[in-house]
Design a protein around this ligand. Structure first.
Ligand code: FAD
Length: 319
């Protein structure tokens, strides 16, 4: 295996996702070996060269038009073999969560998931990831010839594209309809146009204390909109029907990693913290000064969220 780093780049609406650029730029910054991109599907991959890839391995086939575990695992394996890369990195997306454990098992490769840091330790890539619901961090130093890492979105900033170009290598993975184990019969667009929670730079979340869907919509969502943020919720708020299941943050919801996380009336249960503890700045608004969330908050406001949230919004409106 070579010291080449293969970066799985996901696309949305024909353009690379922000996470793809984050990964490519981080892989280049590691300075551990040449960086190439892996694209599954027939998207135009020309932007990836400008972000640091010297080569793009592209696997396309009609059977890859939508995600399926079997076909994608085969595509990953074929691209890895074609590139000879010793390291594969991907964003901790739903595709990576589903396909990469299967790929790792198939290849006998070590897998470090949900890393929040990747560093170069003498030419080897080492990942750092939270464990025990974020109470501790471990370093993952993979010994197998192929190492696979996933990185939480927003772990590193995305800078301007450094420039450059990549040659495209078309990889024939021999994928047919027989590899498609799950057929996608339709997709539903989310109601909101806000950035997906897992990739959002800013999140405003509300808890049980909102007391109704109407109040959640009247307090949490406008503050989120004013901040250009995505709305999130605790499980208690979701279970009560104030917010959608896709908006739940936590152990059994989404794991988020924004620059700013505002928690409105959320107590800070361990299962909620598991999903947002790595946020760079946490602002907690809670009327109970003993609420556990204050132990993890960068800034804490002891007060009634129904007074504090409109005040924050008014300040934002004043610019
Ligand atoms: C297996 C398992 C998995 C779980 N997974 C998740 C998960 O993924 N995500 C998750 O969030 N939870 C999860 N939970 C539930 C978790 O344990 C908590 O019950 C939940 O997070 C509590 O939500 P909350 O903070 O909104 O509500 P509460 O714990 O009831 O807290 C409400 C808070 O609001 C404050 N408050 C009340 N009124 C106001 C006001 N007017 N202004 C300001 N503050 C106010 C209170 O002081 C309190 O701190 C899970 C639990 C289990 C057992």
């Amino acid at each position: 295996m070579s010291n080449e780093i293969l970066v799985f780049c996901e696309f949305e609406g024909g353009a690379p996702r922000k996470t793809a650029l984050e990964l490519l730029q981080r892989a280049v910054a590691l300075g551990a070996g040449p960086v190439s991109a892996l694209v599954i599907g027939n998207a135009d991959s020309s932007a990836l060269g400008a972000n640091g890839a010297h080569k793009v391995y592209q696997v396309s086939a009609p059977a890859l038009a939508s995600y399926s575990t079997g076909a994608y695992t085969k595509a990953f394996a074929a691209a890895l073999a074609a590139s000879g890369a010793g390291t594969l990195i991907a964003s901790a997306s739903s595709i990576a969560r589903d396909a990469l454990p299967r790929l790792a098992a198939r290849l006998g490769a070590g897998l470090g998931v949900e890393c929040t840091e990747l560093r170069n330790a003498g030419g080897r890539i080492v990942g750092r990831r939270p464990v025990y619901a974020g109470k501790a961090l471990v370093d993952v130093n993979i010994q197998s010839p192929v190492a696979i890492f996933t990185l939480r979105p927003n772990s590193y900033p995305v800078g301007p594209a450094p420039g450059g170009s990549a040659s495209v290598v078309l990889v024939d993975a021999g994928i047919t309809e027989a590899d498609v184990d799950v057929k996608v019969v339709g997709t539903l667009a989310p109601d909101s146009t806000a950035v997906d929670l897992t990739e959002a730079e800013r999140i405003v979340s509300g808890g049980r204390s909102l007391k109704s869907k109407e109040q959640f919509d009247a307090v949490v969502r406008p503050l989120a909109a004013a901040l250009g943020a995505t709305a999130g919720a605790s499980r208690a708020a979701v279970d009560a029907g104030y917010a959608g299941h896709g908006e739940q943050v936590g152990q059994t919801g989404k794991v988020v990693n924004p620059s700013l996380y505002i928690a409105l009336g959320i107590s800070g249960a361990i299962q909620h913290l598991a999903g947002m503890r790595t946020s760079r700045v946490i602002v907690a608004v809670n009327k109970d000064p003993e609420a556990p969330i204050f132990q993890f908050a960068t800034y804490g406001i002891v007060g009634d969220l129904f007074e504090v949230a409109p005040m924050l919004q008014a300040e934002l409106a004043r610019g």
